[in-house]
Write a protein that binds this ligand. Structure first.
Ligand code: ADP
Ligand code: MG
Length: 317
């Protein structure tokens, strides 16, 4: 690789908080520390790096805190909670990554940029909420939420949960400052939780929206706008599978844009899990001709060398 190439790495929620609903802050720190090996490897290999992370468990906890404390302190809107959890998780990664880099003999800096993501105010996803967020809500509390205008629906497992709009990311508002930091060798944590969505209001300027942008799609836009040559989506599965969950399941080493679109339309990738990752990777490859890889957290370095994961490619070579 060329020393100045940039990689954007999306870290799944499982990287920071193990599967299961509740996790103490000590467990979150421990998990964050254990998750950063691949990032340290890429830093040592000389990549300019920008990290994007999810915030599902943390924003879920915040919604509960706000709900339970609402008689005493005014609840915070979702857009503010996305920014708050990006600060919280950015802090955990920043501290853990600096420690890991120093142990490995690297003196690179790490910084978090609280990131706003521009969305279209008329994005149809804003008026039709479909993205489940937060924990299951006891049935007895559902009506009170509905009365306050908060959308709640049953998820695929039959639990009542909040649903919010998930608009498409259009551009990264802070891309200039992120680019300057990344190019100076700083490892930047940006677009946390998909970034806080904003739109332009002719009278008031930039305004927040109470919605959640998919972190994988936000990472793809960030990678495109940073001119990255690599987008790597790190999750808890070693690659993209055909017939996922069936006895004949098979991991794909490469996936062309044409096959990705066809399989996606046929429902081969989990809605809200693998489908947005494949779409994000495909969007990045289509718009930039760069390389996109989906793999397991521990296999990041191997995958960059072509020895693991699923690589999304423009066409069959
Ligand atoms: P993250 O927290 O990293 O965003 P997700 O749970 O959203 O992780 O997405 C990863 C999950 O996608 C895997 O654990 C797997 O259960 C699911 N999945 C759905 N369809 C597929 C598929 N075709 N191939 C691989 N994994 C899939
Ligand atoms: Mg996910």
């Amino acid at each position: 690789m060329n020393a100045s190439e940039t990689a954007v790495i999306a870290l799944g929620g499982n990287a920071l908080s193990p599967a299961g609903e509740h996790c103490t802050i000590a467990e979150q720190f421990a998990h964050t520390r254990e998750s950063l090996g691949a990032i340290v490897d890429l830093a040592l290999d000389g990549w300019d790096l920008c990290l994007v992370h999810g915030n599902g468990p943390q924003v879920g906890d915040e919604l509960v805190r706000n709900e339970l404390a609402r008689e005493e302190v005014s609840p915070l809107p979702l857009g503010v909670l996305v920014a708050a959890t990006a600060g919280w998780i950015g802090y955990m990664i920043q501290q853990s990554l600096e420690n890991a880099l120093r142990l490995a003999g690297s003196d690179r800096d790490v910084a978090t940029v609280i990131t706003q993501i521009r969305v279209a105010p008329n994005d149809p996803a804003l008026s039709a909420p479909t993205k489940f967020i937060g924990h299951g809500i006891p049935e007895a509390r559902v009506q009170a939420l509905l009365d306050r205008g908060i959308a709640v629906k049953k998820d695929a497992r039959g639990r009542f949960r909040r649903v919010v709009g998930s608009p498409a990311p259009v551009a990264v508002h802070e891309v200039g400052v992120i680019r300057r930091l990344v190019r100076s060798g700083t490892i930047v944590i940006a677009g946390g939780g998909g970034g806080a969505p904003i739109y332009y209001d002719g009278a008031r300027g930039w305004e927040g929206v109470d919605a959640v942008v998919d972190k994988d799609l936000a990472a793809a836009v960030l990678a495109r706008d940073l001119g990255a040559s690599l987008l790597m989506i790190l999750t808890d599965v070693d690659g993209v599978y055909l017939d996922y969950g069936k006895p004949q399941q098979r991991m794909l080493e490469t996936l062309t844009l044409t096959d990705a679109a066809r399989l996606d339309a046929a429902g081969a990738f989990g809605a809200g899990s693998m489908a947005p990752k494949v779409r994000a990777a495909a969007d990045f490859v289509r718009h930039t001709g760069g390389r996109a890889i989906i793999t397991e957290l521990a296999r990041g370095r191997e995958a960059v060398r072509g020895a693991a994961g699923t690589t999304i490619i423009a066409e069959n070579a």
